[in-house]
Write a protein that binds this ligand. Structure first.
Ligand code: ADP
Ligand code: MG
Length: 497
């Protein structure tokens, strides 16, 4: 910027598109060398003056460099007498000082920026750890909640009013389980159990859950193409994606009324720029859309919605994690998301997922309505008494003989004392003293034929455990549902013989 001009008119000097600097003032910047001239019009770089600039009689310019990097320029003009070498030397020294000052100022600014980033990252990490811890404990509490509801539900015939009420409580508790899972996913990274399967049954199951939990003032419309191809996905994750999108859609409804539509169909690869490189052209992909008649969003909001912790909701309603999780899951499937939204015009999320080649892989969920039963003796280990108790209770209901312990050491002692008595050991992973994996190894040493199931609240631990624990047949995620436990226990006991 130059202050020599008409009254209050400042000339701004800017670099050319090719990065070089024009006119006389640019000469020192381009060459990196200080210079002066007392006959500017004869100078090789002179090619006129900016409009409105006063005439230049003498000109001196020194580039300001900090370790070879150009950080500024000192330019002087029109002194009372001509410039000399001495002037050039003085200004050059000044420029060296000036460079140090600029550098120091930039360092301070940069450090401040880094400190801010660090603080923000530390805060996010603290929130993640805290949320993960709470989610872990809450997850453990959900074991008895889900378990006792299931046990009590079985006491009533399907038509009984009490059973219907318990079913509602069960659905809500299941929903809590999914939410907790989401927080654990976010704070630890995720175990995936991807299988080539149809999306349709997952959608219809989730819609049942949502219909039961959303108020009846929200209409749900479904348009599902039953012939849509297979996708390689994890059931829990897809459920989570749908719950997150529907929850947001519901929150976006003014006075709690409106329509949410879900559509699934197979389409050609989208060619839109947004999807550049994601899908090979000419391939078929599944398009899953969730549209709402809610308040919509401004482009500014849309630009930020996938950022973790971005929320426009009050503290009790929003965490800002919902769409970050959706984004993470869809990206991990090699998919893409497109958002259409306008204030007052509602919002539509289009999720594109690649269609998988190959046969359908049956999911391991026990679909048989009747529970698998047995009478073998099972050793249950969990440091939390109430968890051990409910697992014991469930297995007893299924006909098994059960003994429970509250520590790895106690379990090991018992196992050694009653060698050959137990047909199966079910243990928690995270326990003070001895972890589930260590207990498994020691039991395996004592009797390599005894199968072991490890239950854990941390999905991320699975691969870790898988690589070093011996004797472990299955890993189950807490809270384990009765039907799943019944199925897995029976299957492992049957494999044994
Ligand atoms: P949260 O719901 O906890 O705020 P999300 O990541 O799920 O976090 O969403 C982030 C933000 O995106 C929301 O706070 C909201 O402002 C906006 N948003 C998401 N979905 C919709 C929607 N269907 N309609 C309007 N705004 C939405
Ligand atoms: Mg949300």
């Amino acid at each position: 910027m130059c202050l020599l001009g008409e009254e209050s008119k400042k000339t701004v000097f800017a670099p050319l598109p090719d990065g070089t600097y024009p006119l006389l003032w640019g000469h020192a910047l381009n060459t990196g060398e200080p210079f002066f001239t007392n006959l500017p019009e004869d100078h090789l770089s002179f090619s006129g003056l900016p409009e409105g600039h006063i005439p230049i009689k003498c000109f001196l310019s020194v580039p300001v460099k900090y370790t070879d990097k150009l950080v500024g320029q000192i330019a002087l003009a029109n002194p009372e007498k001509n410039y000399s070498d001495h002037d050039l030397m003085v200004v050059s020294r000044l420029a060296a000082l000036y460079a140090l000052a600029i550098n120091r100022y930039r360092n301070i600014e940069e450090r401040q920026q880094l400190m801010n980033n660090l603080r923000q990252a530390q805060k996010m990490e603290a929130i993640g750890t805290l949320a993960g811890g709470i989610a872990h404990d809450f997850n453990n509490l959900l074991v008895p909640i889900l378990g006792y509801i299931e046990l009590t539900m079985m006491q009533f015939p399907a038509s009984d009013k009490n059973r219907k009420n318990l079913e509602k409580a069960y659905i809500a508790a299941t929903h809590s389980k999914e939410l907790v899972q989401q927080i654990l996913t976010f704070s630890r990274g995720e175990k995936q159990d991807r299988k080539r399967q149809q999306l349709q049954p997952i959608i219809s199951e989730t819609m049942k859950l949502l219909q039961a939990t959303l108020p009846s003032t929200i209409q749900i419309r479904q348009k599902i193409d039953e012939n849509c191809g297979l996708m390689s996905v994890d059931t829990t994750q897809v459920t989570q994606v749908l719950i997150n999108l529907f929850t947001n859609a519901y929150h976006a409804m003014e006075d709690g009324k409106g329509t949410i539509s879900i559509q699934l169909l197979e389409v050609d690869s989208p060619t839109d720029q947004d999807f550049g490189g994601t899908f090979p052209a000419g391939k078929r992909v599944a398009k899953l859309s969730v549209a709402d008649t809610g308040v919509g969003m401004t482009p500014k909001e849309v630009a930020r919605i996938f950022e973790p912790y971005f929320t426009t909701k009050e503290k009790t309603k929003g965490t800002g994690l919902g769409l970050a999780v959706v984004h993470g899951i869809i990206k991990s499937y090699g998919g893409a998301i497109q958002v259409d939204s306008k204030p007052g015009k509602g919002t539509t999320f289009h999720l594109y997922l690649p269609i998988a080649q190959g046969e359908e892989e049956p999911s391991e969920i026990v679909s048989d309505e009747t529970f698998c039963r047995g009478s073998e003796h099972i050793l249950v280990v969990d440091d939390e008494e109430i968890v051990a108790e409910i697992v014991q209770e469930i297995l007893k209901t299924l006909g098994y003989k059960v003994t429970s312990c509250n520590s790895g050491a106690a379990a090991l002692e018992l196992f050694e004392k009653q060698m050959g008595e137990f047909s199966l050991v079910i243990t928690d992973q995270t326990m003070p003293g001895m972890m589930g994996t260590e207990l498994s190894e020691r039991i395996h040493t004592l009797n390599p034929d005894t199968p072991i199931i490890i239950c854990s609240g941390y999905s991320g631990l699975e691969s870790e455990m898988r690589s070093n624990a011996t004797g472990v047949r299955r890993y189950l995620m807490k809270p384990v549902k009765m039907k799943e436990l019944a199925g897995v226990v029976r299957k492992i006991l049957d494999q044994k013989g």
